[in-house]
Design a protein around this ligand. Structure first.
Ligand SMILES: *Cc1c(COP(=O)(O)O)cnc(C)c1O
Length: 432
């Protein structure tokens, strides 16, 4: 096993993903290639579904955050597993709807939904719009009135938490483009306005503190702040929410020195704290929604590349270049995210060749890892980057006019092409 149980080495000395030889997958589908072990995704869905229900009470559910990995087949899987979903754009809504996802189980997010987005969400019958601010509330009231509809909503509230993570993915602190802050008092006016709007049905609150969080303190702090807010709102307006949505953000193990995470224990501990706090504030327990994205799909994924140039800059370092890079994985360029890389063709050999894994773009920041060690790579070897299931395909671009790789699903039923490879013709499809 390498890092997670579905990564291993076979007798040929090749990396296996979900028991399948990575080198033969690269031969069959070409590179770069995204792989996703859907049995691993399903296992995480079941873990969340069962544990959230027992830890937080009957009506509590996980909602998969589609921005982590979004294509039709994945929404079908999420629907089959009985999870709700969180969508952040009309494009994600369209994908979910096209896959037959039950739209009443969707939470629609975003700090700047357009009038068209809001109208489209109402047309598709989205379960809850998570309203981000006062002017969006006014827009939704107007659009719902025009349609003779009543929009069910949650309000996005900013609890003001720094989850000790990378600051670009901190979204819950007071100075944020997301939500309305409790600390400034604006959250109370927001509730008052929602309660007064005739075409709006307020079902509760949402908050999201950040991403790649390893311990439960930021979540229990957020829960505490949100329940204290709930108690204040109850005292001020006599209103009690049905739903408390605590967002996503549970971490994932990307490299050996990341801690392992016991998701069941974390969720169970959070549930116990939630019970204690509800009792402390004298509140009936609302249904809790959690929105895991990364922790559902990241570990289930890997990306395969073909090794090209291997270059030593004398006195500096070794560069190993692959046939992908920032167009299919921009996370190192954006956040210096760390990854485990493996020479999939020589996975049984010692990883003793220190190198920087570089992409193929005309951009010196186009790197995937700077502190990598591979078994001596040769042109033509298959190089794997592990734990790429989240925020890789969903963040992919056509920078340098590079076509996006396909997504292949692996499961006990075999391998299946879920998203085909973009072609050169696809690159011209919009050019008039
Ligand atoms: C990004 C995001 C999530 C998912 O976060 P993960 O770190 O992938 O679990 C959930 N909810 C909201 C509102 C988000 O913005």
């Amino acid at each position: 096993m390498i890092l997670h149980p579905h990564f291993d080495v076979n007798e040929a000395g090749h990396l296996t993903v979900a028991g399948v030889d990575a080198v033969s997958l690269a031969e069959k589908y070409g590179t770069p290639l995204y792989l996703i072990d859907t049995d691993a995704v399903r296992a995480m869905c079941r873990l969340y579904k069962n544990t959230v229900k027992t830890a937080f009470g009957g009506a509590s559910v996980p909602a998969y955050a589609g921005k982590a990995l979004c294509y039709k087949g994945l929404y079908r899987l999420i629907a089959e597993e009985g999870l709700s979903a969180d969508c952040v754009s009309s494009g994600e809504l369209y994908t979910a709807h096209s896959a037959g996802f039950p739209m009443e189980r969707v939470f629609f997010h975003g700090n700047n939904k357009t009038d068209e987005d809001l109208a489209y969400a109402l047309e598709l019958g989205v379960g809850h719009v998570v309203v981000d601010g006062t002017d969006e509330l006014e827009a939704l009231e107007r659009i719902a009135a025009e349609k003779g509809a009543r929009a069910k909503i949650l309000l996005r509230i900013t609890p003001g938490i720094d989850p000790h993570t990378h600051k670009k993915i901190v979204t819950g602190s007071v100075d944020s483009k997301f939500g309305m802050a409790i600390a400034t008092g604006q959250a109370f006016d927001f509730v008052k306005a929602a309660l007064a709007a005739p075409h709006i049905e307020l079902d509760g609150w949402h908050c999201h503190v950040g991403s790649q969080i390893f311990d439960i303190d930021p979540f229990t702090d957020a829960c505490d702040i949100m329940l204290a807010f709930t108690a204040r709102v109850k005292a001020l307006f006599g209103y009690t929410p049905k739903i408390l949505n605590l967002g996503g953000g549970m971490g994932v193990r990307y490299v050996e020195d990341d801690p392992g995470i016991d998701y069941v224990k974390n969720l169970t501990d959070m549930g116990a704290e939630f019970d204690r706090m509800c009792a402390l504030y004298g509140l009936e327990k609302p249904a809790v929604v959690l929105e895991p994205g990364r922790s559902i799909v990241a570990a289930a994924g890997a990306t395969l590349y073909t090794c090209g140039s291997v270059k030593t800059v004398t006195g500096f370092r070794n560069y190993v270049s692959i046939d992908g890079g920032m167009p299919d994985n921009p996370r190192y360029a954006l956040y210096q995210s760390r990854y485990t890389v493996v020479n999939a063709s020589r996975a049984a050999e010692k990883s003793d060749f220190p190198c920087t894994l570089a992409g193929r773009c005309c951009e010196s920041g186009d790197l995937i890892a700077e502190d990598a060690a591979l078994a001596q790579p040769k042109r033509g070897d298959i190089i794997a980057v592990l734990v790429t299931g989240a925020y890789n395909y969903s963040m992919a671009s056509n920078y340098n006019r590079i076509p996006r790789p396909p997504v292949v699903e692996l499961s006990s039923e075999g391998d299946r092409l879920a998203v085909r490879r973009e072609t050169r013709e696809d690159l011209l499809a919009l050019d008039l």
